[in-house]
Design a protein around this ligand. Sequence first.
Ligand code: SF4
Length: 366
Amino acid sequence: MTETLSTPAPLGAPPPRETLLEVRNLRTSFRVLDGIVPAVDGISFSLGRGQTLGIVGESGSGKSVTAMTVMRLIDIPPGVIGEGSEVWFDGRELLSLPLREMRRIRGNEIAMIFQEPLTSLNPVLTIGDQIAEQVELHLKVRKKEAWERSIEAIKLVGIPSPERRVKQYPHEMSGGMRQRVMIAMALSCEPKLLIADEPTTALDVTIQAQILELLKTIQQRTGSALMLITHDLGVVAEMVDNVVVMYTGQIVEQGTVEQVLLEPRAPYTMGLIESIPTVEKRGGRLSVISGVVPSPFNLPPACRFEPRCPYRWDRCRRVEPDLYPAGPGQVARCHLHTPEGEGRRQAALETHRANMTAGRAFGKSR
Ligand code: SF4
């Protein structure tokens, strides 16, 4: 992927010092043969130093494009960053930074862990060489120190016999080991922000749990902030302080992990939560949200979730919902949280509670 320079936009004021990352009105689209596809459509969120934020949604919700835009890893063209988009990191606006400066930040102050480690590791270099190369480049240390740091990093992620392991190639390791190596690489430069994009999706359940535990322990030990991108609400429950729920490139709900998981206020979030398989639901029917994510070329005219929403009424087809306050610090993109939705809101919340108690679906069942 090539590095790109977004169109510098007039900038607002930097966020307060305790905010490590602040994304403001971010819009990323792609030019394709049939027109322009909006992938991220005006999202805003922030992450404090040392905090964890989960970005949740189905495939195509814009989670990964958000992370790639923050890292300035979107090809432009075909990518287009909308005017007025801002990404503030540690007091600097990343979208308008010179590329040389951005390259220094990437891997050094912000590191990213991808879903499939085999495609992200170089197959012809040993693990130790790959980590040491990164350390040499970003921390400007000598070869010997970089090599020692790579052994340290391998030890930190719990791989036994680190001195022997650093001399191995990626294909000589299991999937779980390779993901540990990716984490070691990401942490070797002690980043202030770690972005993990579906870090456990390609792994089996036991290894998933080990990797998540490892990420949590290391994040607490090093004080890095963590932005975790996942479709898995179970992972979110274990790992994060705050949650952003995305649907078709927009934020549909935002709040603390307790608010979003225990008291969801957007019907899309309610559907995601009701479709988590649990022990109580064993033997019963597993709930799924009815319908499919709409094509970005053919989005519903007002509320984008309307065709799939069991609580919709005529207003949802006519008026585009905003993000409305739905609890202390919690927001939801849904007309249920407007005065017009008052009566229906209570009924929707009661149905959700009943579905959770009964372990039943609110959409189609299978
Ligand atoms: S605005 Fe209407 S259709 Fe959209 S999520 Fe809320 S109730 Fe459902």
